[in-house]
Design a protein around this ligand. Structure first.
Ligand SMILES: Cc1ncc(COP(=O)(O)O)c(C=O)c1O
Length: 388
């Protein structure tokens, strides 16, 4: 049995503070107690009580008729898109940095035989209705016509304003495009802005939200939509091999996390903002604004590398993605304590003082560079595979 080696107020048996992702939360002893008491029906036959409860709760929360509990965010995104797309030639318009385009193994081509029309937001932060109008494919002779507009909120930790989403949704409805939301971290957006989840959710035909990221559940994502869409999604989920049997224990753990972890997000966001401000005060540059729980930064102006920082942090049991070069991201979640962030700040200061160079110009925090390429900051970017 593993014992905690760091202060661990939630009883998660942590051996380190893992800042590589908000998926890096450890299930707590309380979650296992809740799992033991959960219902044990078969979800392939739609017969589990705790799953029914979670799905009904999530449908209402997101302003939709029905919901489906699934294994992962990739599955709920791909299912949602698959349900909205009919047959080729067709395409999905999305932000060029979006997860459905870059990090789902080309799933849109595989599952839906659809092209992707990636769009760069002109303002560098989020798509606007003007970006979307300029990006839709309307050439019905040589193009793959746009059928679905897929948005992501938060995206790289930045919040997409409700107004921008409302304008895109109104345009989509007027033109007959379907709308999908990758709301893996919609919880963070909602907690950061005070906008209710259903205010976002009702703008879309399908909404995917994750339970195993900042929410802290061990497994699970939700797809919400109309009753007809969710009935179809349940059928396609089985086709994809995602029909699961006695998964009520996972639904019960996820509901516990929604009730107890989501309210802690504002504090997590505060810690992230505090860390971001400190790194900037040392002369590092933020690659995107820190709106919620993610800090993307570049150490280049200080003369240190990410490796210079990662090693002493690891000695204090603080783990970051040790990407080559000078850029990375750190991602906070509820199991990262205020003391861990204080230690991070102290170590960063010491490393810059001992290994870095004096920084004369402090970068204006209000002006992050536009459209920084963040692909190298993702943990999977370090994996090199030889193609044979
Ligand atoms: C924005 C976003 N959407 C979807 C996913 C996919 O979630 P999963 O890892 O559960 O498949 C992720 C995963 O990190 C994500 O960051």
């Amino acid at each position: 049995m593993a014992f905690s080696t760091v202060a661990d107020p939630y009883g998660a048996r942590l051996t380190a503070y893992d800042l590589t992702s908000d998926t890096a939360t450890a299930p707590t002893d309380t979650m296992f107690d809740i799992m033991k008491a959960a219902s044990r029906g078969d979800d392939v036959f739609n017969m589990d009580h705790d799953i029914h409860q979670l799905e009904a709760y999530m449908a209402k929360l997101l302003g939709q008729e029905a919901a489906l509990f699934c294994v992962s965010g990739c599955m709920t995104n791909q299912l949602g898109l698959r349900c909205l797309l009919t047959q080729p030639p067709h395409s999905v318009l999305c932000d060029a940095r979006s997860h459905v385009f870059l990090y789902e193994c080309g799933g849109i081509a595989y599952h839906s035989q659809a092209n992707v029309a990636p769009v760069q937001p002109a303002n560098g932060i989020h798509l606007t209705v003007d970006d979307v109008k300029a990006g839709v494919v309307t050439d019905d002779l040589c193009g793959a016509l746009t059928r679905v507009i897929s948005l992501e909120n938060t995206l790289n930790g930045t919040v997409m304003p409700l107004e921008a989403m409302q304008q895109i949704s109104a345009f989509a409805r007027e033109q007959g495009y379907k709308m999908h939301l990758d709301g893996a971290r919609l919880w963070n957006a909602s907690q950061a802005t005070g906008v209710a989840m259903h205010e976002y959710g009702r703008l879309f035909d399908t909404v995917s939200v994750c339970l195993s990221k900042g929410v802290g559940a061990p497994i699970g994502s939700i797809l919400a939509g109309s009753q007809a869409t969710i009935t179809r999604a349940r059928h396609i989920r089985k086709l994809m091999g995602g029909g699961w049997r006695q998964a009520g224990c996972l639904a019960a753990a996820a509901k516990h996390c929604i009730d107890t972890v989501v309210p802690t997000m504002p504090e997590t966001h505060r810690l992230a903002a505090d860390l971001a401000a400190h790194l900037q005060s040392l002369g590092m540059r933020l690659l995107v604004p820190c709106h919620t729980n993610m800090v993307f930064f570049d150490t280049a102006p200080t003369g240190i590398t990410i490796e210079d920082l990662a090693q002493p942090l690891a000695q204090k049991n603080i783990i970051i993605s040790s990407t080559p070069g000078t850029t990375t991201r750190v991602v906070l979640h509820y199991q990262i304590t205020p003391q861990a962030i204080e230690d991070f700040k102290t170590i960063a200061t010491q490393v810059v003082q001992t290994k870095g160079k004096p920084v004369n110009t402090i970068v204006d925090p209000a002006t992050p560079p536009m459209m920084a390429d963040l692909k190298s900051t993702y943990p999977s970017a370090n994996k090199t595979t030889t193609v044979q």
